[in-house]
Ligand binder design. Structure first.
Ligand SMILES: NC(=O)C1=CN([C@@H]2O[C@H](COP(=O)(O)OP(=O)(O)OC[C@H]3O[C@@H](n4cnc5c(N)ncnc54)[C@H](O)[C@@H]3O)[C@@H](O)[C@H]2O)C=CC1
Ligand SMILES: O=C([O-])CC(=O)C(=O)O
Length: 339
């Protein structure tokens, strides 16, 4: 029996994400939570005759216990709650409002389903994931292997944009992206994970492609003209990342590998090596970083450190730039809770 809770289920991402989860045979129980509009979304999805059981909860339900009811017994919690960007804003401009929302939701998780896999979509991911970590630490329920920032959309874009420029089949690509989830903290490892296609590009095409992946979010924000940011591609990316866990086959010889933004905690295999490598390359002590990870239902089993080591000179330079911004973003999230 697998229970998935979606926090922010009535939003632009939350609705299509909840639909995709309702269609997945591996989800037995789907709990939808929001501060508004969730009864309508829940009633609508309830009419779909797939087997996943639906429940929906407003924050104000049952004397304010809606969040606890949604989270009770959840194995996986996915969080697209919060405010999206408008043109001219950075993700960091969302920090104050979304930071507060994330801190409240993290408290609910820590006190209701502390063992769940927690997948954070809310921006700025570079800072909101450290907020979750600090709240969990406060409550003595921090499981670094089980906390993820969802950065899968960066891989989705890296694949789509590469397919366009190299005239290859989008679904045949599996580009791993490292770093963080905003502008120059996003580093696609094309030379390592799409070497053949990348090798066919000119220097200018390479730079334009990397820039487009780093600022792909802005492309959608501008096209939506004030009506929000990526929702459909994000719902797809969030679902595909989550589905990795639903489909884990205990008997398979190899674990699935996906990029996600995780704590570089010493308890995770490969974290020490990753941190040491980043320190040597960038001079920074980096505590959270998106890396390709081997995933099981227990969380991150190992970081695929070798992929990082194989980055080419240009990608190593990008990682240096990333480190500078990312360290500030992480510290901001940590101080939000620790003061
Ligand atoms: N990680 C990533 O790659 C991406 C992240 N995002 C981020 O995802 C977040 C959501 O984006 P959208 O769905 O477009 O926004 P939206 O405004 O359409 O939906 C957000 C939902 O969160 C709900 N909400 C607000 N406070 C809440 C609380 N305390 N508890 C539960 N729900 C709450 C709202 O009522 C709303 O239904 C934004 O922060 C956005 O920047 C968006 C795209 C990609
Ligand atoms: O750009 C935004 O604000 C939303 C986001 O994170 C993305 O689309 O990558």
């Amino acid at each position: 029996m697998t229970k998935v809770a979606v926090l922010g289920a009535a939003g632009g991402i939350g609705q299509p994400l909840s639909l995709l989860l309702k269609l997945d045979d591996n989800v037995d129980d789907l709990a939808l939570f929001d501060v508004v509009n969730v009864p309508g979304v829940g009633a609508d999805l309830f009419h779909i005759n797939t087997d996943a059981k639906i429940s929906y909860h407003l924050k104000s339900d049952d004397n304010g216990t809606g969040l606890q009811n949604a989270l009770q017994g959840a194995d996986i919690v996915i969080i697209p709650a919060g405010v999206p960007r408008k043109p001219g804003m950075t993700r960091d401009d969302l920090f104050k409002i979304n930071g507060g929302i994330c801190a409240d939701l993290a408290t609910g998780i820590a006190t209701t389903c502390p063992e769940a896999l927690v997948m954070v979509i809310s921006n700025p991911v570079n800072s909101t994931v450290p907020i979750f970590a600090e709240v969990f630490k406060k409550h003595g329920s921090y499981h670094p292997k089980r906390l993820f920032g969802v950065t899968w959309l960066d891989s989705v874009r890296a694949n789509s944009f590469m397919a366009q420029v190299s005239n290859s089949i989008p679904s045949s690509l599996d580009v791993k992206v490292v770093g963080g989830h905003s502008g120059d903290t996003i580093v696609p490892l094309y030379s390592v994970t799409a070497a053949q296609e990348y090798g066919r590009l000119s220097e200018e095409q390479e730079s334009a492609l990397i820039h487009r992946v780093q600022f792909g979010g802005d492309e959608v924000v501008q096209a939506k003209q004030g009506a929000g940011s990526a929702t459909l591609s994000m719902a797809y990316a969030g679902y595909r990342f989550l589905r990795t866990f639903l489909e884990i086959d205990d008997d398979a010889e190899e674990l699935p590998v996906e990029s996600c933004y995780i704590p570089l905690d010493d308890s995770i295999k490969g974290a020490k090596e990753t941190k040491a490598y980043l320190k040597e390359l960038t001079g920074e002590d980096i505590e959270f970083f998106a890396m390709p990870c081997e995933l099981s239902f227990d969380g991150v089993e190992a970081i695929q450190f070798d992929l990082l080591k194989n980055a080419n000179e240009k990608e190593r330079e990008l990682i240096k730039v990333c480190a500078n911004t990312l360290t500030g973003n992480i510290n901001k999230g940590v101080s939000f809770i620790k003061g």
